[in-house]
Design a protein around this ligand. Structure first.
Ligand code: ZN
Length: 56
């Protein structure tokens, strides 16, 4: 599963959004921030590759 590290420009915290599409071209993204608990702009910091399987 691919995710993206987003940094909220309001609170400055980073978190991972799990989506399959490419956000790199967007540069910034208006999305719900789990810390602010509202929609804010986010800077796309980079891609995160999570390990498959997990065995949970
Ligand atoms: Zn925030």
């Amino acid at each position: 599963m691919t995710g993206w590290t987003l940094r909220c420009i309001e609170c400055g915290k980073t978190w991972t959004l799990r989506v399959s599409f490419n956000l790199e071209d967007m540069g910034r993204l208006y999305h719900y921030c789990p810390h602010c608990r509202r929609n804010t702009f986010h800077v796309v910091e980079g891609r995160v590759d999570e390990e498959e399987g997990g065995g949970g």
